[in-house]
Design a protein around this ligand. Structure first.
Ligand SMILES: NC(=O)c1ccc[n+]([C@@H]2O[C@H](COP(=O)([O-])OP(=O)(O)OC[C@H]3O[C@@H](n4cnc5c(N)ncnc54)[C@H](OP(=O)(O)O)[C@@H]3O)[C@@H](O)[C@H]2O)c1
Length: 270
């Protein structure tokens, strides 16, 4: 795929994976529209990008992905003012880690509203444009969307749902020549991960250590290369690829036994 002149919509574009994707795609000559809830951060990120020597085309619009009305209005306005998208990346998402007993019904619902309904809302609002352009819809799940992780009763449930939604959209969008990609990283160095480190249970830490951490620029490079090739399942990092494969070939009882022992050893860590 040649990115020059391509219009890319990025939700969660003011931070972490979304912001880094915008940076790397601007390097490749794309035009980017950024979306998030916080206008101040969005404006600051857009302004910093516009200061680049090549004066790239950068647009931003406030959007709360959990609200259909907000997504519909922001996408409509952006399509009219900046142009319809060739590629959409839904990177907006929130984390939540902790023992099940500590995650209230309100917090559970919030994670589901942003991560699951948010993905659905962005898909509904942008697919009419992607169908016309035979474009690409890239969704973001996680390795926690194919491996159950201790402490992720809200986050993991939401990312398994995104995984399922992406699988279904992949089939359905073939009729329109729209490519659907699903990005499933393990830990990526972003503000979300920094916040999680402050509260992560020891059991979760022990399980997540299997996959390791990768830098945001490396994760995003693999996302972009995956989109360029039209790869459906984009998994950055060798260790996460191994985990994906192991989860499929190791029988459930053995896999669960290993996970239980790892969590138990994690709990006994000082
Ligand atoms: N970092 C990791 O280790 C990791 C691993 C696997 C998967 N992921 C996934 O990757 C995606 C990006 O994560 P990140 O690490 O880049 O997180 P991040 O640095 O915290 O960035 C999240 C972005 O999403 C936006 N956002 C949050 N809620 C939103 C909402 N309701 N509507 C619109 N925008 C919203 C945030 O801006 P506002 O708060 O201003 O709205 C921000 O721009 C998430 O889906 C996450 O689950 C991350």
């Amino acid at each position: 795929m040649n990115w020059t002149g391509k219009t890319v919509y990025i939700t969660g574009g003011s931070s972490g994976i979304g912001m880094e994707t915008a940076r790397q795609l601007l390097d490749r000559g794309a035009r980017v529209a950024l979306f998030a809830r916080g206008e101040k951060n969005l404006a600051a990120v857009a302004e910093a990008f516009r200061q680049r020597p090549e004066s790239p085309e950068v647009f931003y619009e406030v959007m709360d992905v959990s609200s259909w009305k907000s997504v519909e209005a922001a996408v409509k306005k952006t399509a009219q003012s900046f142009g319809p998208p060739d590629v959409v990346l839904n990177s907006a998402g929130v984390g939540k880690v902790g023992y099940f007993e500590t995650i209230s019904s309100e917090n559970f619902d919030k994670v589901m509203a942003i991560n699951v309904s948010g993905t659905r809302n962005v898909a509904e609002a942008t697919l009419p444009y992607l169908k016309k352009k035979k474009g690409t819809l890239a969704l973001v799940s996680s390795s926690a969307g194919f491996i159950p992780v201790f402490g992720y009763s809200a986050y993991g449930t939401s990312k398994f749902a995104v995984y399922a939604l992406a699988e279904i959209l992949r089939y359905e969008m073939k009729r329109f020549d729209v490519t659907v990609c699903l990005f499933c990283p393990s830990e990526v160095e972003t503000p979300m991960l920094e916040a999680e480190r402050l509260v992560i249970p020891k059991e979760t830490r022990a399980l997540k250590d299997f996959a390791g951490v990768i830098s945001v620029d490396r994760a995003v490079l693999s996302l972009i290369q995956g989109i360029e090739k039209g790869t459906y399942m984009i998994i950055p990092g060798f260790r996460t690829k191994i985990l994906y494969w192991l989860r499929r070939v190791v029988p459930g009882p053995i896999y669960r036994g290993i996970a239980d022992v790892t969590a138990m050893l994690g709990a006994s860590r000082k």
